[in-house]
Design a binder for this molecule. Structure first.
Ligand code: NI
Ligand code: MN
Length: 225
């Protein structure tokens, strides 16, 4: 599994011979100007919740690629009604896609579309491929529900928000990593706006102190899981 960081909480994942984009917010991110959304490949677009900083480029990428939009029932239905391919899920449910098995997990946050349309309840994803399993928390607080995850999954990489203010910050993310029993963390949802600026080196140190690795990728760079 290869994960490319597209800035903010946006990822492009090569898994099971397919390309999956998560929460595309690129054209509105001044830290991601090197990413050209018109050339991005995608077979699927996974959306954790309906906030602008997670859905901004969904329609353009789906139009360019014909990708199937996977999200909660309300978000999938919203895009389905606009003529896009969509697959609705809801919390605790799993589905075997051709690239791997996806589970929609709980998150504590909100989920309205920019125009106020109800976007269901926010979530995260677990993606199980033949090689590895990753947990994408989505925008969330630290929650006890995370303790349920390692009862069913062995997480090889946890993608956690660390920017604070709108989501958990780095101290909570350290505990979240413990809850999901994972020592390799990809940090997201930091530095994009004034409210979520962090000290990257300090954040890495916080994880290192408890023998965990916090990976903070440059926009456009990738890691192998
Ligand atoms: Ni949000
Ligand atoms: Mn967000």
């Amino acid at each position: 599994m290869k994960i490319t960081f597209l800035g903010h909480a946006s990822l492009q994942i090569e898994v099971g011979g397919k390309t999956v984009i998560v929460d595309p917010f690129i054209s509105g991110n001044e830290l991601a100007t090197q990413i050209d959304i018109t050339t991005l490949k995608a077979d699927y677009i996974l959306i954790t919740h309906a906030h602008q900083d997670h859905i901004l480029d969904v329609e353009q990428i789906a139009t360019n690629t014909g990708a199937t939009i996977v999200s909660n029932y309300e978000i999938a239905t919203y895009y389905g009604a606009k003529g896009f391919e969509s697959h609705p899920m809801n919390h605790g449910g799993s589905w075997q896609f051709d690239f791997g098995r996806v589970t929609y997990t709980n998150a504590i946050h909100t989920s309205s579309f920019p125009d106020g349309t109800y976007g269901g309840q926010p979530g995260g994803f677990i993606i199980e491929s033949v090689e590895k399993t990753i947990y994408i928390a989505g925008d969330t607080a630290l929650t006890m529900d995370m303790k349920l995850i390692p009862m069913q999954f062995t997480i090889d990489l946890a993608v956690l928000p660390i920017g604070d203010n709108f989501t958990m910050g780095m101290n909570s993310a350290v505990i979240a990593a413990d809850f999901v029993q994972c020592n390799r963390i990809l940090g997201v949802h930091y530095d994009t706006f004034g409210y979520i600026k962090i000290d990257r080196e300090f954040a890495k140190l916080k994880f290192k102190e408890v023998n965990k690795e916090l990976i903070l990728l440059e926009v456009g760079s990738n890691l192998e899981v």
